[in-house]
Design a protein around this ligand. Structure first.
Ligand code: ATP
Ligand code: MG
Length: 335
């Protein structure tokens, strides 16, 4: 059976890193069919819409999308196309692996291998009840946490731990102060954790978690947390391995999953063949995992590691002089 995926080439450096990524995937002969669809600035220019109905239909039908970064021009209708996609498909789990790579500028050259699972739809980012008083002297917003929202994200994290052979899940919270919201998240997490006796469950207050991550990152395995904490902690983890250039992100829901690079459109280097394609390629590797092609997913990762070790055709951000496609070809020759 061939698997069709929706491919969104995106804006800025998007098309360049997508070409290199698809070059590597093609070299593996995975039997994937690509259905190209537009979103973001490119779509706005062609169709007058940031998220055309055909694109939405394509993702709904294929349930899997590989997406380059998108830019959201002011006045396009929403604050962010990326956030809008997460909302429309209820992509509740944001999954970001941060794993050390050889020959990169990291303070922790080895030993970091952390997957952050961030709740993506509620909590402090539900954008409910945002209000600034008429006199400008106070502002309020609602943080809503639900049992359903907490349960599905914690379950996702534990299922991921089981599936990927991980040993421990750390539940990061602030239930000592945010007694209602973070309290409900922690209580629900404990109930879910009890269903997975084979996985060690640890609880950690978010401030301590930040300190521990910087001092002893090797003690973490899978982290699960609420929206705001997850946003901050996943960037902290990106910093541990040397920045956003090597971090993919998956946005997963029950009906669809979208795989991407964590970085943006990088307009400063767009169209110059300088962009590093690794983050998107690692997103494609997460996609292969999600599709059950675990061995293929691993081969992509190992080919990236081998190319970094050989310093073959690396892009400028990694200290090399290769172009985006040179780097892609060097990786493809090793898959
Ligand atoms: P956006 O508004 O789409 O987020 P941005 O201007 O914030 O775009 P980012 O993509 O977030 O840009 O990138 C920040 C910096 O990192 C830029 O200097 C950019 O050139 C660099 N950068 C981002 N992605 C890559 C990449 N894949 N390869 C090389 N450099 C990158
Ligand atoms: Mg940015």
């Amino acid at each position: 059976m061939t698997q069709t995926i929706t491919v969104i080439r995106g804006d800025g450096i998007g098309p360049e890193i997508m070409d290199a990524t698809l070059y590597v995937l093609d070299a593996m002969k995975l039997g994937l069919e690509y259905e190209f669809a537009d979103a973001g600035l490119v779509a706005l220019e062609k169709t007058g819409e940031l998220l055309p109905a055909v694109t939405m239909d394509s993702i709904r039908k294929n349930r899997i999308a590989l997406k380059s970064p998108l830019s959201t021009p002011v006045g396009g209708g929403f604050s962010s196309v990326n956030v809008e996609l997460r909302k429309r498909f209820d992509l509740y789990a944001n999954v970001r692996p941060a794993k050390s790579f050889p020959n990169t500028k990291s303070r922790f050259p080895s030993g970091v291998d952390i997957i952050t699972v961030r709740e993506n739809t509620e909590g402090a980012y539900s954008a409910e009840g945002q209000e600034t008083a008429a006199d400008g002297q106070s502002a309020t917003s609602i943080t809503r946490t639900t049992r359903k929202g907490s349960e599905r994200i914690v379950r996702y994290a534990f299922d991921l731990a089981v599936k990927t052979g991980r040993k421990k899940v750390t539940v990061v919270h602030k239930a000592n102060i945010l007694k209602s919201t973070s309290g409900l998240f922690l209580k629900t997490a404990r109930e879910v954790a009890a269903l997975y006796p084979q996985i060690q469950c640890e609880e950690m207050i978010v401030d301590n978690a930040c300190m521990q991550l910087v001092m002893r990152p090797e003690q973490f395995d899978v982290i699960v947390t609420t929206n705001l904490f997850g946003d901050i902690i996943s960037d902290l983890c990106a910093g541990l391995i040397g920045g956003l250039g090597l971090i993919p992100g998956a946005n997963i829901g029950n009906d669809a999953a979208i795989f991407e690079a964590v970085h943006g459109t990088a307009p400063d280097i767009a169209g110059q063949g300088k962009a590093n394609p690794c983050a998107l390629l690692l997103g494609a590797s997460q996609m292969l995992d999600h599709l059950g092609m675990t061995d293929k997913a691993l081969r992509v990762r190992e080919a990236i590691v081998a190319t970094l070790e050989a310093r073959d055709s690396l892009t400028a951000d990694l200290g090399g002089t290769g172009s985006t496609m040179d780097f892609g070809k060097a990786i493809a020759s090793r898959v």
